[in-house]
Design a protein around this ligand. Structure first.
Ligand SMILES: NC(=O)c1ccc[n+]([C@@H]2O[C@H](COP(=O)([O-])OP(=O)(O)OC[C@H]3O[C@@H](n4cnc5c(N)ncnc54)[C@H](OP(=O)(O)O)[C@@H]3O)[C@@H](O)[C@H]2O)c1
Length: 285
């Protein structure tokens, strides 16, 4: 991937770090999205120490905040005239309902609105870099998801974060498919992927502490490593075999059937419009 430019969000740890390292190994120039200077420096230093000649840098943003998504995109565009691979990966699970600085429910804002807004803001760069790829890290949790357009922020039925998480991951697939339809003919593809059940901090970070050892134990036994979890997203971002493939859902590295809800065209269009409203893009059109 020498000469290719990639951007990976949530790259300070977990699956995102492994994706960034993998892309750097393939020779791409990689920008890591991180939340803090210290974690960004650490991640970049680790990649440089492991990958000879790695071209890596980091940019900081709390992607749950719309203004920070905008400044993150602007900073990236100042540095790079083109983008070939965008991996939307930063995400979280929140057992207790919380709001972002914009007043949105955290799971929906971070896991879906940040993917939507960042991709839209970087579209010109992707089209300029075509053939280019958008990889949205979703989850098999999307099979349990239902779009609650009447209450996207789950004021009711929060269910310890399970319902909003599943909805946000369904939103990732709906967004991917709608994006792929709208990008048809531009040379930019969009695909969604379930990375597997992966041994990261995702399931334990934001749950009540008495539950943490139990969940950590379950994950330790059942889950795959972070490196294995990065394989599917990496393949989607880099494999020549997948050139031109768009609008698909992958389970790890294999193409798979996503849920019926994720193939609902009305729902995809509605989510697109609502997301434009909620991110302020509708006002700037
Ligand atoms: N782990 C699994 O089993 C699994 C299964 C299916 C799908 N996924 C998906 O995989 C993706 C990555 O998750 P993971 O398992 O690698 O979890 P993780 O280890 O917790 O990593 C999440 C990444 O997102 C970043 N992040 C969190 N909140 C952020 C914010 N407000 N602004 C910017 N960055 C933020 C984190 O930064 P910090 O390092 O600063 O916290 C971290 O780099 C998520 O989209 C998740 O839904 C994971």
């Amino acid at each position: 991937m020498s000469g290719r430019v990639a951007l990976v969000t949530g790259a300070s740890s977990g699956i995102g770090f492994q994706i960034a390292r993998g892309l750097a190994r393939f020779g791409a120039a990689v920008t890591l999205g991180t939340r803090s200077e210290a974690r960004g420096q650490q991640a970049v230093a680790r990649i440089r120490s492991e990958v000879a000649g790695a071209e890596v840098e980091f940019l900081i943003a709390d992607l749950s905040a719309l203004d920070q998504v905008r400044s993150f995109a602007a900073n990236f565009m100042e540095r790079q005239p083109v983008l070939h691979v965008l991996v939307n990966n930063a995400g979280g699970f929140f057992a207790r309902r919380r709001l972002t600085v914009d007043g949105q429910e955290m799971t929906f804002a971070l896991n879906h609105l940040s993917y939507f807004l960042l991709t839209r803001l970087l579209l010109d760069r992707l089209v300029a870099g075509a053939p280019a790829r958008v990889v949205n890290v979703s989850s098999a949790a999307h099979y349990d998801g239902r779009m609650r357009f009447e209450d996207l922020g789950h004021r009711r039925g929060y269910r310890f974060g399970l319902a909003p998480y599943a909805q946000s991951k369904l939103a990732n697939v709906l967004f991917t498919k709608e994006l792929a339809r709208r990008l048809s003919g531009t040379g930019v593809t969009a695909n969604a992927v379930h990375p597997g059940l992966v041994r990261t901090g995702l399931s334990t970070k934001n749950i009540p502490w008495p539950l943490r050892p139990l969940v950590a134990l379950g994950v330790a036994f059942m889950a795959i490593s972070e490196e294995e979890g990065a394989r599917g997203p990496l393949r989607l971002g880099s494999s020549p075999e997948l050139e031109g493939v768009s609008g698909e859902y992958f389970n790890l590295s294999r193409r798979a059937q996503s849920s019926a809800a994720s193939n609902d065209l009305d729902s995809a269009r509605r989510l697109w419009e609502v997301s434009e409203q909620l991110t302020g893009l509708a006002q700037t059109r």
